[in-house]
Design a protein around this ligand. Structure first.
Ligand code: ATP
Ligand code: MG
Length: 427
């Protein structure tokens, strides 16, 4: 057996993890402006938490779950998405209590697991940044969440991400439309793909989502759910569209768009973009007013989205967005001789305690190699420590750019390295 990572997983190495941290930090900052707070739920849940809430007939539950029986014979699954676990937690921790301000605005970031066929932007362990807002049926909440995602994309410097909007209406609207769709598709059943024939039985709305050419041609002529909206559903959609227009957020109505999860009603949306000629959904979400009662909580309106971090990073890469590089190194301590090892350790620890970013030589290499390392780290200042420096207690601090030098005592560095460095680095 080769000791390699499991198929569909990724090691996020240092150069790459910096990009992740940047993206996550921007999300925290922007979501904070909207008063969303972080929630962290377990990476695994009881199978039932996911299965019926996401939908037994969805691809996620029927094909993609990483489930197993633990040593106590509990049916467990790694979480495939974030919403069901957050709703479970919302109810279990009684965040619906009147003393908790509504809407309760939550966000999460972390791994999700789906047994899928890996390809670009599709992994078995992937990461989502998601948000959920509980307790507001106001269309302003729909728009606030959508606008927050749009802010995030814009402030990351991304362009050309299209907002697709649809409504699934009330559960009754959805049921009526479901029947209309079956009536339309049934006579053409034979020309549907095998997958869609199965979906037609189990979950006909999912046929609309098929990526098969043959299915797509049929879907073109399918009835539109927008023609089936009742008064309440139409009013909600009209307000959502009105608010989007008022904010100047561009969107397209996409009546063929359904979501891969069963719990949505009214507004659903996706942010879609093109990478290398193919459409890629980066962020998807909508309203799910029935899910809290499903978990045994009081009737509670809810709205959220999930955003694929791997796909976001693909997009940043494809659009050539510059992300911050390595943080600057304030000081590099070069060493001359094994005898100064302890003194070097004391020096770097003192500098680090003063808040400076510091690296040193550990391998006792020739000075030339050490200076090269300092350049590679883009060190601002250089201190060389040898036996003579140790004996005199005096060292030279060199500006690694201008080569300007300053002779100081180790005691002075210990007392206030920040000011000493500032004096040589500014000029
Ligand atoms: P798709 O139709 O692409 O399979 P989905 O409907 O299954 O997407 P959601 O469950 O809505 O996706 O998840 C929200 C977002 O999470 C997606 O828009 C995507 O950016 C990301 N995502 C979903 N599955 C994966 C995966 N296997 N690998 C990487 N990112 C994913
Ligand atoms: Mg999927």
């Amino acid at each position: 057996m080769k000791l390699q990572k499991p198929k569909g997983t990724q090691d996020i190495l240092p150069g790459e993890s910096r990009k992740w941290q940047f993206v996550e930090a921007r999300a925290r900052e922007i979501f904070g402006r909207y008063r969303f707070e972080e929630i962290r739920t377990p990476h695994f849940e009881h199978y039932e938490v996911i299965s019926r809430s996401v939908g037994d007939t969805t691809d996620i539950v029927s094909k993609e779950m990483y489930d197993f029986y633990d040593k106590g014979d509990r049916h467990i699954t790694l979480r495939p998405e974030g919403t069901a676990p957050v709703v479970r937690s919302y109810v279990e921790n009684k965040l619906f209590a009147p003393e908790v301000q509504k809407p309760v605005k939550l966000f999460y970031m972390g791994s999700m697991f789906r047994y899928e066929r890996p390809q670009a932007g599709r992994l078995r362990e992937f990461h989502q940044i998601g948000v959920e807002a509980f307790g507001s049926s106001n269309p302003a909440t729909d728009i606030e969440v959508i606008a927050m995602a749009a802010d995030f994309f814009r402030e990351l410097g991304l362009t050309g991400i299209r907002l697709h909007l649809n409504s699934l209406g009330t559960p009754q609207v959805r049921a009526t439309y479901r029947q209309a769709l079956i009536d339309y598709l049934l006579p053409h059943k034979e020309s549907l793909s095998a997958d869609s024939q199965r979906r037609l039985e189990e979950n006909p709305l999912r046929v609309l989502d098929s990526k098969e050419k043959a299915d797509q041609a049929l879907v073109e002529g399918a009835p539109s759910i927008l023609d089936y909206l009742d008064e309440e559903s139409q009013a909600h959609l009209d307000q959502v569209r009105g608010l989007l227009d008022a904010l100047g957020i561009d969107y397209v109505m996409d009546p063929r768009m359904v979501r891969g999860l069963d719990y949505y009603n009214h507004t659903i949306f996706e942010f879609i973009t093109e990478v290398k000629g193919a459409d890629l959904t980066v962020c998807a979400g909508g309203r799910y007013d029935g899910l809290v009662t499903y978990f045994g909580g009081p009737e509670t309106a809810a709205f959220g989205f999930g955003l694929g971090v791997e796909r976001l990073l693909l997009l940043l890469e494809a659009q050539g967005v510059e992300l911050p590089g390595l943080p600057a190194l304030d000081v590099y301590v070069a060493t001359l001789g094994a005898e100064v090892n302890q003194a070097a350790t004391l020096l770097v620890q003192s500098l680090r305690r003063q808040g400076l970013t510091v690296e040193r030589e550990y391998l006792n290499r020739k000075l030339k190699a050490q200076f090269k390392a300092a350049d590679q780290f883009a060190a601002k200042a250089l201190i060389t420590l040898g036996e003579s420096e140790l004996a005199s207690g005096q060292v030279v601090v060199k500006n690694n750019q201008t080569r300007e030098q300053l002779e100081v005592s180790l005691a002075e560095l210990e007392a206030d390295a920040v000011s000493l460095l500032a004096s040589i680095l500014e000029s």
